[in-house]
Ligand binder design. Structure first.
Ligand SMILES: *Cc1c(COP(=O)(O)O)cnc(C)c1O
Length: 491
């Protein structure tokens, strides 16, 4: 299968090149030329997660050969045998828990697989340079990428995070990262500034040359990399197969998914799964107060002329959702002119408007709702009070949005909510939601949360409390190139 750029200015490449490069040089994103159909047995029969992952990934990356060893080793680092357990909640809801990986956020689901895919791709494409992963993070991607790539031969990783845009626990997870091939740097500004800065580095020829003379080629571990997106298709399929296996649905029944959304990667994987043949009805896009996607998917107009808010669900504090470009591309029938025009308008005029026909095809698949901070706290508090279960703020946003959707539409199809983080990653917010006094720092808050709810602090987060901070750098966005070079020279 070939992967093509959504802007059409880069020749089509095989998966190995798409994964190694991360981003095409024309400013677009790599997307499969045509999504392959999925054999029905994949979503109608129960099988081990790593086994299903190898099979689904082979549909998208057939030339990489058998991926069984890669997926088996990736998912052995999770704290449960099934890395993505589907939980039937006491209140009748279904939650797909995607946070049992080493960094306790759903990013592990894909990032644990990515280094293996990249190594395979690098060998296959005859690439002799080492790969340097360059990542902007709203909190969870950074740590998950560091954890995945630290100590891997043949690669290095640099992470930029917004100075005041992550929780304290998230920041500590990154700045304490061990490994000789890692660099971490805070960036003044918010996540969009970090993401824009990193995206600019990818199209900066002199930066490429500088890295090349140091023996590196650049690549991305954000969901802009197709190798990071593809493994996310797997859990939609696995959830469906589990529901069939347990008798909650019959093979072929349509179900909905509700997805707490930021960069549009997670929910886009759902759209890919649907286009590959998984019986998905609606994809419900849940946003926090930064309701840019809610407005876009209910009006057809993307507008960046709005305020940016810092919320209790920081991994969704985004105005520029990179992967929306891939959805535009897919739902316009791979129309590179249209995709280029709309994305250029977004950059130059800070807004674009979809045609009625294009908007209609989005409405066929997506619904969108929003949940503010107050509602997020109330949702967490009420769930805990009525069932004793804690949901992290991102998952709480999705649960609230799902209830709004169901009330408004009367849609009774089974819906799975994707749970994207462990509540212990956001202990201050959890305490507030549970009506407990605040603590002086994130770690004290974890302990207090643990005592109040009588639940254990996950080992992976507990160890962060005692590790020494290794990285103290802060840089201005316009100095990102210099900061990146400096970090590479220190590796
Ligand atoms: C990254 C992240 C999201 C948003 O996912 P996208 O793929 O960027 O839409 C939601 N919740 C958590 C906890 C995350 O880490």
């Amino acid at each position: 299968m070939l992967h093509i750029s959504t802007r059409g200015q880069t020749p089509p490449v095989h998966e190995a090149n798409a994964i190694c490069m991360g981003l095409p040089l024309d400013g677009g994103l790599f997307a499969p030329e045509k999504l392959p159909p999925m054999p029905e047995e994949l979503f109608c029969e129960a099988r081990a997660y790593h086994d299903l992952a190898a099979k689904v990934l082979s549909l998208l990356f057939g030339r990489l050969g058998d991926l069984g060893e890669i997926t088996q080793s990736a998912y052995s680092r999770f704290s449960k045998d099934n890395p993505a357990p589907l939980v039937a909640e006491p209140d009748g809801a279904f939650t797909l828990e995607l946070f049992h990986g080493p960094t306790r956020a759903f990013k592990d689901m894909a990032l644990q697989v990515l280094p293996g895919l990249m190594e395979r791709a690098r060998l296959q494409s005859g690439q002799t340079k080492k790969i340097c992963i360059l990542t902007a993070t709203s909190g969870d991607t950074g740590k998950a990428a560091l954890e995945a790539f630290a100590g891997r031969p043949g690669c290095a990783i640099l992470v930029f995070f917004p100075q005041n845009g992550t929780s304290e626990v998230q920041e500590k997870q990154m700045t304490t990262q061990e490994g000789a091939n890692v660099g971490v740097c805070a960036l003044e500004g918010n996540f969009d500034d970090a993401q824009t800065g990193v995206k600019r580095l990818f199209t900066d020829t002199s930066f490429h040359l500088g890295m090349s003379s140091r023996g590196y080629m650049l690549s991305a571990a954000n969901s802009v990399n197709i190798g990071r997106l593809a493994p996310q298709v797997v859990y939609y399929v696995h959830a469906y197969a589990t529901l069939v296996d347990k008798g909650f649905i019959k093979a072929g029944d349509q179900i909905n998914f509700c997805v707490p959304t930021g960069n549009f990667g997670n929910i886009l994987a759902g759209l890919y799964a649907k286009h590959m043949g998984l019986p998905i009805g609606r994809l419900i896009c849940a946003s926090n107060r930064n309701r840019v996607l809610t407005d876009l998917l209910t009006t057809g107009r993307y507008s960046l002329n709005r305020e940016f808010y810092t919320t209790y669900s920081p991994s969704m504090d985004i105005l520029i959702s990179s992967n929306f470009e891939r959805a535009l591309f897919l739902l316009s029938g791979n129309d590179v002119e249209l995709t280029t025009r709309l994305m250029t308008e977004l950059r130059t005029k800070r807004s674009f408007e979809m045609s009625d026909a294009l908007f209609a095809s989005f409405c066929e698949h997506f619904s969108a709702y929003t949940c503010n901070d107050e509602e997020t706290l109330a949702e967490i508090g009420e769930s805990f009070k009525s069932t004793g279960k804690m949901f992290d703020p991102h998952t709480a946003v999705a649960r609230k949005c799902l209830r709004d959707y169901q009330r408004e539409t009367g849609d009774t199809r089974l819906c799975v909510t994707l749970a994207t983080a462990d509540p212990y990653k956001f202990p201050e917010t959890m305490l507030k939601a549970l009506g407990r006094p605040s603590e002086e720092n994130g770690f004290a808050a974890m302990i207090s949360l643990s005592e109040f709810t009588n639940t254990p602090i996950p080992a992976a987060l507990k160890s962060t409390m005692t590790k020494p901070v290794r990285f103290f750098n802060v840089t201005a966005p316009e100095m990102i190139r210099e900061a990146a070079m400096e970090m590479v020279d220190c590796l």
